[in-house]
Design a protein. Sequence first.
Length: 761
Amino acid sequence: MTAPRKPLSKAGAEDGSSLSMFTCRSCRLRKRRCSREKPACERCVRLNIPCVYELPPKHQRRVSSHVVSQKPIDTDTTIANHPLRAHFHTSLELASHVEKDPFLLEYTVAAGVCGSRLALEHNCTGSGSGHALSALTLACSDLLQSRADSAATETATAPAPRPFSATPPTDLAQASSDLVDAILNALPSLPAIEAYKVQFYQNVYTALPALNIQAFERALEHLVLPSIDNNSIELNVDVADPARNLPHLAMLLTALRMGYMSLLLYNERIEPNVNQKQQTQVWLRLNEVSRDVLVLVRDCLQLLDICENPTEDILCCLYYLRQALENEDADYWSIIGSTNAGMLEATVHLAIKMNLHHNVIDDLDDHSGANVTVQEKLHRRKLWLSICSTSLHEHTLRGGNPFVKAHQLRQFSDHHRVFDDYRAISLRNLPSDDQIELDYHIMLLKNHQFMEVFCDIEESLRSNDELLDDKAKENERLELFFKTGFPDFDPAYNCDTGLPLHIVCNSGNVPVSIGRVKQIAVFQTRLGLLTKQLSNSSLLMFFYEKDYKHSGQATSLANFEHYLVESMKTMLQVFGYLEDYAFGQFSQVTPAGMRFVLSSSISPICNRSIIVAHGLMLRLVFLQDSTTLNGETERTAIVKDILAALRALLGSMSECMATLPLPPKAVDFNAFFTKFYDMGHLFLAIKAYGSANDNEHAKHQNLTKICMPGYMHQYSKATFQLSTASLQQLSKLLNADIRVKKRRVAQWSSNAYALLLNAQQ
């Protein structure tokens, strides 16, 4: 059966529906234009989300009992009151790290509570900081509220994740047929489909190689057909069971959206030829793949009841959908009905439910299966390895138990003799795309082994003393494993990045530089390792900072100083790699079109490292005020030099983050932070928070319950006691970093022409 193309119906006032006096809640929260039609506005109908009309907040009576009844986010970390592990548990949410830092926490809460009032005052004085204060208020409020919302919905006894659960329709066949019609209306022309698939294979698949391309291409060959007049397309779906085609259609929509975004961002930000840029812009406008197709993907997954009937195709689609959502606006997570961490956990859960970690390759020498390619034989294994690799990169931003468990990882490695299998396959005369497949497996297997180390560390049951000792040694253990597992990374960039292999698809041969792909994969793992080390060092610093306040022990102060220096050292390493990715040698390795999909892994690292830098800088500014007041000229001079170097470093990081196709949240936070530092207003909101009246506290109860005024000063005892030796060590680290950066910049400048050529490829 061929599904006919028909226009989507739109609700409106023309059909007699009444209009509301107010915009609906969804449009108001997302700041979108609302058609105000009842019972549902046009946008909510299009997105298939609930449409609720209610009085705007300014017309509602405030009820504080709900806020008071909510369990507050715990920020006091007295050892006697809390399990020690809680100090080192963070989530993928940026706010979960902010909560651990008493300095950054009060800075963020104070901006959220008092920023609006200060913005009005400074707009009146003409100081120029009013707009920045207003924007900072919104950013801080959203940051902390998102964490409060996720914490309020978490339950310790929550069942296994069930993403995209929905009430099954009364007529599944009709619902599937209607959904196929909607998908057909959303698809671009056949040439555009082929062009976007090539973009997906070349720039997305090469970085995230979970898809079985051969099986996917065979399915599309029978599913997506040109119409009789060749002016449009038709979908050849099963009349008796249209839902059978939904997994491939959902994967196609996800691939088209990611391919479209890859080409769009390349054309907007990198394409050097003006004429080509204009032509591509017109073509993209005529063949747009809007982000609303991801809502259709959600609808497909809901109809398929993926939790009860998971398949490899469904799991692969879920894997790529999460990656696609990471590169969309943050509000789209709520529209889809999931969260980043929730979808990752669900993906791992379904993979385990399907026993992917039990996958055994049938007899590799079975001549009856001579026509079965390496991709077919190894697809289940690669899907598991890809999910574990993603879990590894995400877990570097988390603290606490990972979603994948150590015994599952060991089961995979021990039961399947994977290296022996790959060695046997490599002895054959493989075609190009099968050789790429094998290279991917070996590359992903290293991350799989790395994930085992993480799981072993996190899952071990230890006493408090053992936990602290092991946490302190964790960075050394991870560093040693990386050097052993990736001996080819140092010196970097020494592989052949120009030798192309080819992925075979219906559009022809897609060239892939496997040397570049390997370098990118190792770079991501190295950067993830450094992020984990930075997280460990900073969390240990926060722990001993708070412990010193409660215990006053000299060992706690010494440990605080040690991990403050370690945090600075690791942060400088992370910044160095990010600068290399933006401007340096590694930017030549990374294909320009691939930078779009890599943004989802680079941006969280930028966010985490920048807020660590802000926390360090807040402490040093706090110390500078104290030493200046007390006339400590030596310490004041050292701190002043450190702050000047840090300020320059934050400026260069702003330039690095601006080069990303999708700039991270830290771009705005860093701009506000440095602006207020330059103006001498860094503690402006904190001082205002300390003198805020009861009305302001009542108005922002959702924020004040997180952190009360004076929290920073309460835990400043260790910062005040920072020794001159520790400050000199920080200054030495920064000065050495400046010298290294000057040498790198000179080298990068000599490669500027090569950079330009690379951007044009």
